[in-house]
Design a protein around this ligand. Sequence first.
Ligand code: GDP
Ligand code: GDP
Length: 477
Amino acid sequence: MADRRKPMRPVAPLPTADLPVVVIAGRPNVGKSTLFNRLVGRRQALVADTPGVTRDRKEGLAVIRGRKVRLIDTAGLEEAAPETLFGRMRTSSEEAVAQAALILFCIDARAGVTPADQHFARWVRRQNLPVLLVANKAEGRSGAASVMESYALGLGEPVPVSAEHGEGLSDLMFEIVDHLPEEPPEEEPEFEPEIIPEVQPEEGEEYVLPERPPGPVRIAIVGRPNAGKSTLMNCLLGEERMITGPEPGLTRDSISALLHDNGEEFEIVDTAGLRRKARIDESLEKMSTSASIEALKMAEVVVLVLDATLGVHEQDLQIARLIEREGRACVLALNKWDAVEDRNETRKAILDRLSISLTQMRGIPVVTFSALTGAGVGRLLPVVRETCTVWNARISTGALNRWLEGMLERHAPPLVDGRRLKLRYMTQAKSRPPTFILFGTRAELLPDDYKRYLVNGLRETFDLPGVPVRLQLRGTK
Ligand code: GDP
Ligand code: GDP
């Protein structure tokens, strides 16, 4: 649409006319431009603290999990119109929103929900367009409180991200693709992108394994130095060295490798750090600032490689904890199996040690192989694929509540301050990883050991091996 307020500048037409328009909206300074840059993948818009900085470029082509979209950043438009803050935001957004297929409504999780956010959110709700609520600046879980508070905006489940630090972007990209209108079939003949059903399935249909959104399964390979990560990479890639990147959402020095297995596509999120020979003395502190962590955050499934001849070390446990903290699915790879003498004993010792130290490792999928000879490596990708499916699982509300009833009967919730907690109702809020909300009177006071009882029960009953299971408690009156 032409801007009637000022003469048109000659702008090269973008070859994007038919693409869905995704608009980034929100009050100034919540990080819209930073997010735009992340998603477009090039430094197109200027990011600055100083108000009034000219930002010419507000539109870009973004490829999000294989879907091309026209991404519009409304940030730069704010300075164009006078009047009140809200007036400015609204003028700037109206035009963009008119053509939108999806609005990314951003808030600053650290600042919390402000009156300006609320006001603007009301207006956005009235547009009757799909909206994704993005809680930015949520790095390292900061602003968790306001992420909860932001439910009250009535724009649905907030997606916590840190545009600046590159956290949560993989999840956000999934959500974006989920919320886009279906792709016209002629563009992708074999694929009809499956939207995860909002409606719960019929009674009796216990367990839903929806198709993942299209796109390769993203894998990160992590582990201590010398576990055999590089050897495994080379073995998996073989002749197929299609190196892509740098890509939006990945750091500058990240690259990724695409590979095919049985007609399915996988993408190994690789980083400079992995490919470079890791130093023997690399500590986890070092690792936590390094490439592996970045790769882990971008992955859906993390392959944790252990040198099976050495057993489990504290550092392996630390990495496993990190995988769980980041909410990724995990497959345990016991490498150097060629050099293991008593295989049964070794396997048992490793699994015992892991499940004692980390309850979330119980029942984790295990693949044994030799990256050096290649023996057994062929089993890895199918298991990764399966685990990714579990990570995407949806469980029907009916099945969950029948299960909850049984759990409560078997073990009544404890007294807190002499009063019994009433747990009433449970539903799965999201997948990737499976996340459940449990409502009840004073539910938020539920002791940790009871919470663990429920989480372990969920994992067992609904067969969720290798994926973190999140349980949120919501107190009701
Ligand atoms: P806009 O006005 O909404 O486009 O916001 P900008 O993208 O210009 O960002 C405003 C400020 O917030 C800048 O100083 C950014 O560096 C900062 N910022 C953006 N994203 C994040 C984030 O994820 N975390 C933190 N801590 N700061 C961020
Ligand atoms: P990274 O530091 O995790 O990338 O480990 P590398 O891939 O560099 O492997 C470390 C060492 O272990 C190298 O000397 C490899 O040859 C050796 N190695 C890797 N995989 C195997 C395996 O399956 N069997 C045996 N015996 N050695 C292996």
